[in-house]
Design a protein around this ligand. Structure first.
Ligand SMILES: NC(=O)c1ccc[n+]([C@@H]2O[C@H](COP(=O)([O-])OP(=O)(O)OC[C@H]3O[C@@H](n4cnc5c(N)ncnc54)[C@H](OP(=O)(O)O)[C@@H]3O)[C@@H](O)[C@H]2O)c1
Length: 303
């Protein structure tokens, strides 16, 4: 089917990834984007009728309760949005014969493996967020075996402030900054992720099950932040430091729930199935910060 005639329905379209998906996929597909106002996933009983009334070929669900601390504080809400609503979306998609792409997280892993996690490694979450997302994965694939569950990690991009953006903002004000050095994962550019989703939607309708999607390479929060500062410095931003003093995950007492230490993921299955090799996260970060800098420079030009 030519992609122009593919009709995509994107939920949670006001979120960081939801906004990126909506903008990028609309370049090649017919996109209908729903925010919480159009479909509140708390109202499980309304999901079936709303989906039945809306023509679409592929349902894409980046909606969720995505803060681990919010999930710890509101476990019932998190379970409903991250697991029960996806189950209902999957049940309806299966009944209607539509494709479902649902997003999950590297936090389904316990973080004890030092090499990148594969899709068939055991998902044994250590916090409420991971537990609800793992339950969501299982529920989606049970209700709709043809569904695709895309696990993603450490997103950055133009639609939501992330660790590198925040570190740069702080370094414009202070030279005494720190970041966690003993927690690692795979930073992932939402622009790359949306392009992979576009390819999966338009060219790979056969791919199902769990798929890891992230940029290549592993970083700690300290390394990710220092890479951002080095790029910012090259772009001429007046950052006061390019170094972050290392802090330890176990000393971060402001977290309300546990964080898995090492959750970098392997994209070998994605490459085997599609031939696509994600670029290194540093190259993607460079592009993100260049774009941001160009936009800021443009917006400061008097009109
Ligand atoms: N960001 C990351 O680094 C990261 C890492 C790993 C995995 N992920 C996964 O990637 C996906 C997207 O993450 P994100 O960072 O884009 O999340 P986000 O910015 O927090 O967006 C989540 C969206 O879900 C919507 N939502 C929450 N409750 C809802 C409800 N009751 N009904 C309808 N919509 C509701 C929110 O709506 P409102 O705008 O109205 O609040 C928001 O737009 C999630 O599945 C997340 O678990 C993200």
């Amino acid at each position: 089917m030519p992609s122009a005639s593919l009709r995509l329905l994107i939920l949670g379209s006001n979120g960081g990834l939801g906004r990126s998906l909506t903008r990028q996929l609309a370049m090649t597909c017919d996109v209908v984007a729903w925010t919480r106002a159009e479909l509140d996933l708390m109202r499980l009983e309304e999901i079936e009728a709303r989906l039945e009334a809306q023509p679409f070929d592929v349902l894409i669900n980046p909606a969720g309760i995505t803060s681990p601390d919010d999930c710890a504080q509101h476990p019932e809400l998190a379970q409903k949005i991250n697991a029960e609503a996806p189950r209902e979306l999957a049940r309806v998609c299966h009944r209607l014969g539509r494709r479902l792409i649902h997003f999950s997280t590297d936090y389904v892993f316990d973080g004890t493996k030092l090499s990148p996690w594969n899709e068939d490694d055991p998902a044994m979450p250590i916090n409420r967020y991971g537990l609800t997302k793992r339950d969501g994965e299982l529920a989606v694939l049970k209700a709709c075996p043809q569904a695709l569950v895309a696990r993603v990690s450490w997103l950055f991009g133009p639609d939501k402030s992330s660790h590198p953006d925040q570190i740069i903002a702080k370094a414009l004000q202070s030279e005494n900054l720190s970041a966690i050095a003993n927690k690692t994962s795979s930073p992932t550019f939402t622009r790359d992720l949306c392009e992979w989703i576009r390819m999966l939607v338009t060219s790979h309708p056969e791919i199902k099950g769990i798929l890891h999607l992230c940029n290549q390479g592993t970083a700690s929060w300290q390394q990710w932040g220092e890479a951002a500062l080095e790029i910012a410095n090259r772009l001429g931003l007046p950052v006061l430091t390019q170094k972050l003093s290392p802090s330890a995950l176990e000393d971060c007492h402001f977290f309300k729930d546990a964080r898995p230490p090492h959750t970098s993921m392997s994209t070998a299955r994605f490459t085997k199935l599609t031939g696509i090799r994600p670029r290194p996260w540093r190259d993607a970060l460079e592009e993100h910060l260049h774009n941001l800098h160009a936009e800021l420079a443009f917006s400061s030009v008097p009109h």
